[in-house]
Write a new protein. Sequence first.
Length: 94
Amino acid sequence: MVGIIGTVVNIVGGNMKTKTKSDKQRILDLLRKNENGWVCSMTIMRELFIKDYAQRISDLRADNHNIDGEKCTIHDHKPYMYRLNVEYNHDSLF
Ligand SMILES: [Zn+2]
């Protein structure tokens, strides 16, 4: 029995390692495509199949990405929508 459980754990661990992009990176890519525009969390779930998007958004914020979050006004429902604000480098304007 111990051997079977060990094998299952190895299979699950192996699948996680074969992911090419992290969920965090995929959400960032989607927000960048809609830069300065709102992306509903339902879109994140439907397009990327990421259920723990809220945790990934807070991971991205921890990496200094400027992401706004508000209750969705695109649809009439409770989930949040998110917006990536362009990080302008003001020095480059002059
Ligand atoms: Zn929505």
